[in-house]
Design a protein around this ligand. Sequence first.
Ligand SMILES: Nc1nc2c(ncn2[C@@H]2O[C@H](COP(=O)(O)OP(=O)(O)OP(=O)(O)O)[C@@H](O)[C@H]2O)c(=O)[nH]1
Ligand SMILES: [Mg+2]
Length: 823
Amino acid sequence: MSTLPRLVRLRCPPTSSSLTRTSILRRQPILPSSSVIVSTPIRLLRSATTAGTLPILSALSGGNAGRRWASSAAAVKEETEESAGAAEEWPERVLPIMSEGDKGRLRRQRNVGISAHIDSGKTTLTERVLYYTGRVRDIHEVRGRDGVGAKMDSMELEREKGITIQSAATFCDWLAPPPPSEVKDVAGLDGAEKDNFAINIIDTPGHVDFTIEVERALRVLDGAVLVLCSVSGVQSQTITVDRQMRRYNVPRLAFINKMDRAGANPFRVVNQLRNKLKMNAAAVQVPIGAESDFRGVVDIVRMKAIYNEGTKGNQIVESDEIPESVRDLVEEKRAELIEHLSDADKTLCDLFLDEQPISNLDIAQALRRATISLRFTPVFVGSAIKNTGIQPLLDGVTSYLPSPDEVHNQALDAALPAHAPPVPLVPAQEAPLVGLAFKLEEGRYGQLTYMRVYQGELKRGSLIFNARTGKKVKVPRLVRMHSDEMEDVESIGAGEICAMFGVECSSGDTFTDGSTSFSMTSMFVPEPVISLSIRPEGNESPNFSRALNRFQKEDPTFRVHVDSESQETIISGMGELHLDIYVERMKREYNVACITGKPRVAFRETITVPSKFDYTHKKQSGGSGQFGKVKGTLEPMEIDPDTGKDTAFENRVIGGNIPNQYIPAIEKGFQEALDRGQLTGHPINGCKFILEDGAAHVNDSNELSFRLAALGAFREAFGKAKPVVLEPVMTVEVVAPIEFQGNVIGAINQRKGTIIDTEIRDDEFTLTAEVALNDMFGYSSQLRGMTQGKGEFSMEYKTHAPVMPNVQKEMTEAYRKKQLDRN
Ligand SMILES: Nc1nc2c(ncn2[C@@H]2O[C@H](COP(=O)(O)OP(=O)(O)OP(=O)(O)O)[C@@H](O)[C@H]2O)c(=O)[nH]1
Ligand SMILES: [Mg+2]
């Protein structure tokens, strides 16, 4: 596994303060403006391939060798070839060139995700976007009285529960002014003719049980809108979503929704963005009124008051007349915006420090540069439910979020060694096709595969290659998704999102046209935390396994296995709700009612110190025997922040002591050993199997011998590596009226939780604690009882941590006893 290339999506924040976004854009390296194809050798410094950093991409500017990009928004370290030791030569790579047509098309294209804490109003907001852009005829509310439900929550269960379970994609057209980077003078900021923008939108679920949906959406999108509630502000899942956005370096806008709610205070939320999320953020709008008085917003960049009028706010009325009541606030917030933005943008900073006049256009252009370079988050305000402030947010998306050609994506060339530098992808139509299947869904017409096309063109009827399996498939049908409806199309261009029918593949597969050996990185997949046994009521039906297979294929956080001891089918997932939804879907979609066991925590085992192994598997039974010898080290491994993987196999055998053909069998043996730990029988995480040496026998060695040798070696090394049992620990956030604070804290203490933070706001308090999941069963009814039903809580997986030594002892003994009883 470790031999697989680790690829990280590269977006390129300028990190040296002397490097402004302007220079990055000018340097727009993979898109040379001249007609000459750049073919600078790509060089990689070996030392740059350490965890968490990206290899050097030196071909970018045709000579600026040695720039190293960090995988997140973290600083990029300049490194010269001299300082990093020996450089390795790589084959020359000719990068495709974007045509004028490509540039024109992509300039008006946006791919955005909407992500946030549960119930912050993402789906309600998306419904407005669809209405104002003419995609839906009327607005229907999440859990609305008309019983229709929002367009994007199309699943029956979503509508019943009023929550989003699956992310849904749609697209729309929006007439907006050109982005500030294309505007020549201040007058052009208001006077420019509007142009049509094509926007792909993915509405994601907020509930943490469905976090994989957010993960894969952010993996393929170019920008995002982070929605917040004007009263609750930054909540636990806001922090999670923020982390996910940083993981994939996604530029974002923040939208403070629910300005109509009592207690709305957007500027407190802006402060929370700065303090809790360490975000450089500032409001670009000031609300006119608040709560039931909320009437509109002032755009403090262009200094316009903006109101919604007409049916369901479908008309925007702009005025130069800033209401008296907010004039001082507008001045104050504009000064604050300039100050924060100057920290993120050198051009504006120079004007600011030199006390030069700063125009609206200067601010708007700096906003675009700083947002795209991940150094700043502009904050918008509004109320989705009251149809206020949505169109200005859409203008914000087109003005400040990047087009697909302003985002650097890259692939790995599987034809080169694992440490070779990644290859920049160019969203040119003429380039060889590279696309990523990021989501699968079983539909009425077979498997629906969501694809992001990174370069080239995907055409209906064309043959495409799956980079993982090497299989060639035909694309029988190509569609654009509009929630659960679809529109057939003949082709999809680079930088766009679509779905294909009838193409067999797995989530995360790369497709090409067969002329390249490119492959995209996989996405981060969190570990399941909870499991339960499941069996069909009555007789076993083929639908039972059919449903489980399908769910497993669609959702990498949903796992199914048969317990070899009890022979029970066990399903595992991200939380009780996650598993409940699948059990319910089995009944509704497959007509299989199921009986489930009690939810159990997904324990794991791991090692804490490295240990050596030197194991020989030998068997002589008449004719040819079995012989395999493996030597090496089993060592603890940290989780890879990009993929979530924390087990790996590394082959360091040199000199052919173990013939190459047996190496995969050894890896297989290692993988098999991970299934069941020796302490409690739970799966093993967090270890790396380093194969250093070994021996083979001319006649007696075969794959089986080496697989068994690896299993034996693992068993030997694991016992010596101070193994421990791990349990999932959750971050729990409780919000309840202040009078219940004592009881809530008491109950958390009783459950052996660690309180991290408490915050009091008006007559409510928020408590954040870390509690072992095993100690959280029954908490929702306890909280309900304790707070007269007024308390709410959410929890999400934080980490797997060792259980207390006495618990480990009990668990180990119980397991040993069970084993003995069985034998
Ligand atoms: N007061 C107020 N309520 C709102 C607003 N926007 C949404 N809501 C309500 O908030 C609730 C949740 O809205 P959704 O749009 O489903 O929220 P969501 O973020 O999509 O929720 P999940 O997808 O389940 O995470 C619904 O009852 C909405 O009516 C708003 O601007 N003001
Ligand atoms: Mg929703």
